[in-house]
Design a protein. Structure first.
Lengths: 344, 403
């Protein structure tokens, strides 16, 4: 009797396990790999399920409360204050202050960040090859910090604990002084230990030394690729350029058709070994570290490890909306994507 | 002496106050004290140090085409706010009834995601403090609709694994009637072995189930609580039934019918747990339902029918009563499958599995006198052999079923 009833159950189960199509017809049997298919998306508008990019529609971080907006960071170059020394050289000065600050790194998610001047990335310090640079650094944070610049300078100005100016304790101020060399795109970051904490919490920025004769006129922008480990498991929950995930999806970067676009791209992503940038429907000339005026490659994708950087130059020949993102799908879907909006 | 003189008038005054007032006054003082403490915010204790504790557990997962629905309960002491949702390393669109979940509250998170049948998913709930709660979906399968055909299928499964095998097992009644007292003792010992195995099995299952879901309602302690409640409740019911039996029959001991009824109730509770396990595994697609599993459960449960009829070997129950016993023992499998597949809650399941354990323990206590020989010893070689045989049978047949 048992043997007789068992197949009946088996049949009932097969009918259940088969996925029903929209018209109720059985279209696939469980376990039939060839018939595997994605479940149907919700009706349009239910959750924006189809072609969804980013956070639920309409959700954005409070840029005002953060004190910075990726739209403004993008083209914000800090030239500092300059004066001419008796020798004829230009002295360029900046003031940086370390600040602890709560930043909304994704809609509804607060992150206890450590910053230079209350923003992540810190100010893009821009100078010209051969100038004398002076950076006054005050530590307004409750943790010890330093500024370590990439560039050519004496050991005592290297911003490393135990050497030269060394660690800057809370409430203390130091002044870093060195010459702007070599020209190219560089970076600065805190070099206090534990290093990963001081970097991933937000203490970094781009440091740009223009060549003596400058570069051709262009629409220039800075993109610092970064991320945030919000749950302290030493991997990132959030990826972005200029800190706020999907910021340039919500507000595409406006560029002019056929105008030269120059992107200063720096990777400061912690925990992941590499990061990358890919531009859709276009190719760019790539200048690694920006230390040569000759591009090394015409490509549409570059890969960078932490601290690596380069300059991209491209023109968009067609109007329209073009995506750019990390070509690691995970990074892209966790926030590191955006659009260029090309118009005449 | 002076002290005593002072106490006596007070004692006298107290004696004149009604007893209910004496009971009420401390209660009122306790309520007042707690109210004052709460109003003042626990004076002297200060703020709690450290960041808020965030504990969320996913109680239930429902997969619909293009959608994953999670029912999330806050297990921790502080309110938790779900800020964003990540599925397989991707931020996703979602809607939640209430983003901020208070202590012990639950909310439903509906996630838009084009999941593919048979694949594994990891959903992360990102809280307002940046913490993550990870929920694994080992195999994505559409959650069955709770329509008539679904309840029908669950009823069919319950029928196959519960009522039919138990009733078949009861067909041993004529055989049990004919055997000698010694062999009947062996069979009763076998029954005890079977039941003891089921109790151990249900206990472990209950603890495992309790560990999977929300811990806010007691976790594994619910299994023991359920066992104690069932044991005490069945003891009380048994005493009441026996007393009534003595009054009507003028007998001196609990009748075989009472014991059989107890065994049926205990096995019914056990089968409720079995149905829960089958139904919940079915709902999440973890159950390879098929002839093998059903046959396994059937063989496994046939022995339970034997356990019911062994105590009534000497009586002459009517067919109606026998059918009733079969239903009491077997039908809960259907109810269990319904609950398990449609409203599975690990806390409730743990409590019910515990109740099965308590019921079995109570039945074993009822059966124990019956395996005792006139000399008074219970553990003769033959009865020990019976108990061990009971273990062996269920151990072997349980290998056929693994939910």
């Amino acid at each position: 009797m048992l043997a007789a009833v068992a197949p009946a159950v088996g049949a009932g189960v097969a009918a259940r396990a088969g996925l029903l199509g929209p018209d109720g017809a059985e279209v696939a049997l469980a376990g039939d790999a060839a018939h595997r298919h994605a479940s149907q998306p919700l009706p349009a508008g239910a959750h924006g399920g189809e072609g969804h990019l980013g956070f639920p529609p309409g959700e954005q971080v409070a840029h005002d409360a953060n004190g910075f907006h990726p739209r403004e960071l993008l083209r914000d170059f800090d030239h500092g204050r300059t004066r001419r020394l008796a020798s004829g050289r230009v002295l360029r000065e900046w003031e940086l202050v370390a600040q602890d600050k709560e930043i909304e790194v994704a809609p509804g998610v607060e992150f206890a960040a450590w910053t230079y001047n209350g923003r992540i990335p810190g100010p893009t310090l821009r100078c010209r090859e051969g100038e004398k640079l002076r950076i006054k650094f005050g530590n307004g944070s409750s943790h010890p910090h330093t500024i370590h610049f990439h560039g050519i300078h004496p050991a005592e100005m290297d911003g490393v604990p135990g050497i030269g100016l060394g660690v800057v304790e809370p409430g203390k101020t130091v002044t870093y002084e060195f010459d702007a060399e070599p020209f190219g795109l560089h970076l600065y970051h805190c070099h206090m230990t534990p290093l990963a904490d001081h970097i991933h919490k937000g203490m970094y920025g781009a440091f740009l030394i223009d060549p003596r004769k400058g570069r051709p006129e262009a629409d220039e922008m800075v993109m610092v690729m970064n991320g945030f480990d919000t749950n302290f498991d030493r991997s990132n929950e959030i990826y972005a350029v200029n800190s706020i995930p999907f910021a340039y999806v919500n507000e595409p970067i406006a560029v002019k058709r056929n105008e030269l676009v120059r992107i200063y791209l720096v990777n400061l992503l912690e925990f992941d070994l590499v990061n990358s940038l890919h531009v859709h429907a276009n190719f760019f000339h790539y200048f690694p570290t920006g230390t040569s005026l000759q591009p090394t490659e015409l490509t549409d994708t570059v890969m960078l490890c932490q601290g690596q950087r380069g300059i991209l130059e491209l023109r968009f020949p067609y109007e329209g909306r073009y995506m750019f993102h990390a070509h690691q799908s995970e990074f892209a879907q966790l926030g590191w994507m955006g659009f260029f909006e090309v118009k005449d | 002496m002076e002290a005593r003189g002072a106490v006596e008038p007070v004692a006298g005054a107290v004696r004149r106050v009604p007893a209910w007032v004496l009971g009420l006054v401390p209660l009122l003082l306790i309520v007042l004290g707690i109210a004052v403490l709460a109003a003042l915010g626990g004076p002297g204790l200060g703020e709690r140090t450290g960041p808020p504790v965030e504990e969320l557990s996913v109680e239930r997962t429902v997969l619909r085409p293009g959608e994953i629905e999670l029912t999330v309960r806050n297990d921790g002491p502080d309110a938790v706010t779900i800020a964003q949702v990540i599925v397989n390393d991707s931020y996703v669109g979602f809607s939640a009834g209430e983003r901020s979940i208070g202590r012990l509250d639950a909310t439903t998170v509906e996630i838009a995601y084009p999941w593919v049948e048979g694949e594994a998913y990891e959903a992360q709930l990102l809280t307002s403090t940046g913490g993550t709660v990870v929920h694994e979906i080992p195999v994505a399968v559409e959650t069955p609709d709770r329509d008539a055909s679904f309840f029908g299928l669950m009823a069919l499964i319950g029928l196959y694994v519960g009522i039919i095998p138990v009733t078949l097992g009861m067909l041993w009644l004529p055989f049990v009637r004919r055997i000698s007292a010694t062999w009947l003792r062996f069979l009763l010992a076998l029954t005890i072995g079977l039941l003891a195995f089921l109790a151990i099995d249900a206990m472990l299952e209950g603890i495992e189930v309790a560990g999977e879901g929300s811990q806010a309602f007691g976790g594994a302690s619910l299994v023991f609580l359920g066992a104690a409640v069932a044991y005490l409740a069945l003891t009380a019911v048994g005493e009441w039934s026996a007393a009534r039996g003595r009054a009507t029959r003028g007998g001196t001991s609990a009748g075989g019918w009472d014991v059989a009824l107890m065994v049926a109730i205990a096995i019914g509770l056990h089968n409720l747990g079995e149905g829960l396990a089958i139904g919940s595994a079915y709902a999440v697609g973890a159950l390879a339902l098929g002839a093998f599993l059903v046959i396994g459960f059937a063989i496994h449960n046939t022995t339970e029918g034997l356990a019911i009829v062994a105590p009534i070997a000497s009586g002459s129950p009517t067919m109606r009563r026998l059918a009733l016993l079969g239903l009491i023992a077997g039908a809960p499998a259907i109810v269990g499958a319904w609950i398990g597949a449609s409203a599975f809650n690990s806390s409730v399941a743990a409590f019910l599995l515990g109740a099965g354990v308590g019921a079995i323990a109570q039945v074993i206590r009822q059966l124990a006198p019956a395996i005792r020989e006139r000399s008074g010893t219970a553990l003769r070689p033959l009865t020990v052999l019976g108990i061990l045989a009971g273990f062996a049978i269920l151990y072997a047949t349980s290998l056929l079923v693994s939910v």
